[in-house]
Design a protein around this ligand. Structure first.
Ligand code: ADP
Ligand code: MG
Length: 446
């Protein structure tokens, strides 16, 4: 076990990062960062752990964040999904954690937007802490609270949880934050998108102020995050390792302009042509997610599944497990749950619906970034732009500062679409009993 004292003896600094001044925050050049874990001055236990995990060298966010976090500096870390942010704060926390018998309460708390992520983050920290006697507990909704209360009562050094459930424990006084020295806001942008800001602020107000370190991780830093950081962090230092990656330079990004009613034909054609081993299809609403998954399941029996926030936790867990084990190929998901997915080997992303926020585009596309020993490998993303959604395309392109490549809808899809439209007049159109007219959708086709 490590010395409980914070490891502040070294004067570590990162040359080109700025104090929270987003305008001038220059992205860090990965080449200027430590290239090996050895340079980060970690404990022998941690070095062994990293070896066991197969982590040969730090990712840029790890190389940049760990030295600052070990120096007790508050950090706002911006890096795209799949770049190892969990281990970045996980390593720093584990290197500073005191034995449970010295500090009985919770020492570090990690707030995450979804249940899936709570489990993932707990597992990753558990993996890094193997054999070090560190207790990590995940608390999230959708599971009976009793088991979590019991685990907390027995002593948890690190707690990973969703804001709602953490607040629940705080109001029941089943979680003791009096000795907390580190708070992490993971996927902060996503937590704010979901509307967790009031909960996060309530929680932060109940955390000790003195001697507390706050780390905030986010793929994007919109103004709301900046405000949160200014209010609850101590002179946070911004590190940005994302721009090259956030625009998805390693990911091929295409779009199709397609009528809404032909999107499904295009999707099936695309999946047949590319035949990906794993793909995620993003839809805008839970209902559409279900509907598209059902249709896809007909076209590709036993190969498609839906996942969204209305599903019971056990069902979501099962879908994730099956997807991870490659029991089916096509996951149809909403932004909220899709975001928590950390699975390697996803080569194709299809934005069946344009995302409501362009930040979501970045997150969706980031799902293909696969971590390999040599860094992040590439994937391919297709976005379906409805003929009335040109403005949305522009928003995305401005956001990622790059143009998507246009692809033509294949002739085979056009033919099928035309065939289907011509076939419509043969069907008796349903008539609205009030107006005596067929509904608009049919009128357009007739
Ligand atoms: P993020 O939070 O940035 O989206 P994660 O922390 O979930 O990314 O990490 C993505 C994947 O990369 C995980 O499977 C993790 O185990 C792996 N990983 C993290 N750090 C390293 C590293 N230094 N070398 C190799 N793989 C790593
Ligand atoms: Mg993460």
């Amino acid at each position: 076990m490590l010395e409980p004292a914070r490891r502040c003896e070294k004067n570590r600094s990162i040359a080109s990062s700025g104090r929270l001044d987003l305008e001038s925050a220059e992205p860090l050049d990965p080449a200027s960062l430590p290239q090996t874990f050895g340079e980060l001055d970690l404990s022998p236990e941690m070095m062994r752990s990293l070896k066991r995990c197969g982590y040969d060298r730090p990712t840029p966010i790890q190389a940049a964040l760990i030295p600052l976090a070990l120096d007790d500096i508050d950090v706002l870390g911006q890096a795209r999904t799949g770049t190892g942010k969990t281990a970045a704060f996980g390593i720093s926390i584990l290197e500073q954690i005191a034995p449970g018998d010295e500090i009985p309460g919770v020492q570090a708390m990690i707030l995450v937007p979804t249940r899936e992520l709570a489990v993932q983050v707990r597992d990753e920290i558990d993996k890094l802490a193997t054999g070090q006697g560190v207790t990590v507990t995940a608390v999230y909704g959708g599971k009976p609270i009793r088991g979590q209360i019991e685990k907390l009562r027995r002593g948890s050094m690190i707690v990973v949880g969703t804001p709602g459930r953490i607040l629940d424990h705080l109001s029941r006084r089943t979680i003791d934050l009096s000795e907390l020295w580190c708070v992490v806001l993971d996927e902060a942008d996503r937590m704010l998108d979901i509307g967790f800001r009031p909960e996060i602020e309530k929680i932060l107000r109940q955390c000790p102020k003195e001697g507390r370190q706050t780390l905030l991780l986010s793929a994007t830093i919109p103004p709301a995050i900046e405000r949160l950081a200014r209010r609850y962090m101590r002179e946070p230092q911004l590190i940005n390792v994302s721009p090259k990656e956030i625009s998805g330079d390693t990911i091929e990004q295409f779009y199709y302009t397609v009528d809404h009613e032909d999107k499904f034909l295009l999707l099936t054609e695309l999946l047949r042509e590319h035949n990906p081993a794993s793909a995620i299809i993003f839809c805008r609403t839970k209902r559409r997610t279900d509907a598209i998954a059902r249709k896809l399941e007909k076209a590709f029996p036993r190969e498609a599944c839906a996942m969204h926030g209305d599903m019971a936790q056990t069902a979501r867990d099962r879908v994730m497990k099956d997807y991870r084990e490659k029991r089916f190929r096509f996951l149809v998901a909403t932004d909220v749950v899709g975001r928590g997915i950390d699975i390697s080997g996803i080569s194709h992303i299809v934005n069946f619906d344009v995302p409501s926020f362009s930040d979501d585009y970045v997150h969706r596309v980031g799902r293909t970034g696969r971590m390999t020993k040599d860094g992040v490998t590439d994937g391919v993303a297709f976005t379906f732009i409805g003929s009335d959604e040109g403005g949305e395309l522009t928003k995305i392109e401005l956001r990622i500062n790059r143009e998507l490549k246009r692809l033509e809808v294949p002739e085979s899809v056009k033919d099928q679409a035309v065939g289907r439209r011509n076939a419509v007049p043969d069907l008796p159109p349903p008539v609205d009993p009030l107006t005596k007219h067929p509904p608009k959708k049919y009128r357009r086709r007739l």
